[in-house]
Design a binder for this molecule. Structure first.
Ligand code: ATP
Ligand code: MG
Length: 364
């Protein structure tokens, strides 16, 4: 990945511009962590970047950033900038393109995100980011409180980085979060969810949740049941406990899963009917929350005698014929449910003759 990244830098610098890797990629590289995408900072304007990478630019342009795809890697190329003043504790009201790397680094959130790498692979570290990486500390660039007032997303980013990287928050950051946490109400639920997902999906989710609770952010984020989240729990499990589908955005698929997990929580997740109706995944997530081992649930699932209605050894035609009916109707649903229940609880063998005589006896 680094070799492709350095080549991309060279493409920009050979056109006469300055360009550096910055942000997550350099930070994660120094920590020996694989990155998904790469941020580049440059004095080339978006238009000039588009000319250099004509065929590999993605069409969207977001606040003076251009996205370039090279060898399947996504590069976010952003022009050096100064953010003049901020609106609504989140967005800069004005951006000014500048020519100076140092000034560009000053607008960034945390020191660990300001380390740069040039086209030769040399590290450039104006703001002591490396020292903070070594000390495993999240420290803001400049006064923490001011930086959180400018943009309150940084509060959640601080907690996200502390969680995912397993770093400590600097004491000024902790104090500033306590002071500014009310601003989180202004942040969109979409942005809150993106950061929370990263916290909840981290191997250090337990520490992340403790941090959110210790700082009182459960209130500002409207996560009144955060204390109840036991670990380790999958992402869907966490959101099922949090029960905030009315506020936070979820896809219809996610909403359905969350609802099913919530229903499965009140069932015995080793029960054949629960396993049949809700499936292995939903019961395992409910099991995680309740402390029932995945192995036990999987074993019980493997022992089911049916996985779908199609596994019953009779079909609608057989039922109609044994009951001497011509038309299917709502009554069929009751019969199927009854048969499924009887077979799943092993009170009735799943054999055609047994099933037919059962139907004859109870439904004729
Ligand atoms: P990752 O990509 O792993 O989520 P990242 O640090 O690269 O982490 P990005 O959102 O890709 O995060 O942003 C790239 C860089 O832009 C950051 O490293 C930081 O320097 C700067 N940055 C991003 N968001 C903010 C912000 N809200 N305030 C100040 N600087 C920011
Ligand atoms: Mg990034």
């Amino acid at each position: 990945m680094l070799d492709v990244a350095l080549k991309v830098l060279k493409e920009i610098t050979s056109s006469g511009f300055k360009a550096y890797l910055v942000g997550g990629f350099v930070r994660d590289y120094l920590l020996g962590i694989e990155s998904n995408d790469i941020d580049i900072t440059t004095n080339a304007k978006p238009k000039e970047i588009k000319e250099i990478f004509e065929d590999s630019c993605l069409p969207s342009e977001d606040y003076g950033s251009v996205t370039v795809m090279k060898k399947g890697i996504r590069f976010e190329i952003t022009t050096f900038r100064k953010e003049i003043s901020y609106l609504d504790n989140r967005h800069p009201s004005e951006i000014q393109y500048i020519d100076d790397l140092y000034q560009d680094l000053l607008r960034r959130d945390f020191t660990i995100n300001t380390i740069c790498m040039d086209e030769e692979g040399e590290i450039i570290d104006f703001l002591g980011g490396r020292c903070d990486i070594d000390a495993r500390i999240i420290r803001t660039v400049g006064v923490a409180k001011d930086r959180f007032y400018e943009d309150c997303l940084r509060i959640l980013r601080a907690i996200r980085f502390a969680t995912v990287l397993h770093f400590q928050l600097d004491s000024d950051v902790v104090d500033a979060i306590r002071e500014c946490r009310g601003l989180l109400k202004k942040l969109s639920y979409q942005r809150k969810r993106e950061e929370l997902d990263k916290i909840f999906a981290s191997p250090y989710v337990k520490e992340g949740i403790s941090l959110l609770l210790d700082l009182g952010l459960d209130k500002d984020l409207e996560l009144s049941t955060l204390k109840q989240v036991t670990c380790p729990v999958s992402l869907i499990g966490v959101w099922s406990i949090l029960n905030v589908c009315d506020k936070y955005p979820f896809s219809s698929n996610e909403k359905e899963l969350i609802q099913k997990v919530q229903q499965a929580l009140s069932l015995n997740n080793l029960d054949p009917m629960a396993l049949y109706q809700y499936g292995l995944y939903v019961n395992c997530v409910a099991g995680e929350i309740k402390g029932i081992s995945k192995k036990k649930i999987t074993e019980a699932y493997k022992n089911l005698l049916l996985y779908s209605r199609k596994d019953l050894k009779v079909d609608t035609e057989d039922i109609l014929s044994v009951l001497q009916k011509d038309e299917p109707g709502a009554y069929l649903k009751d019969i199927y449910c009854d048969l499924e229940r009887e077979v799943l609880y092993r009170r009735l063998p799943n054999q055609k003759d047994f099933l037919l005589s059962y139907i004859k006896k109870h439904y004729s």
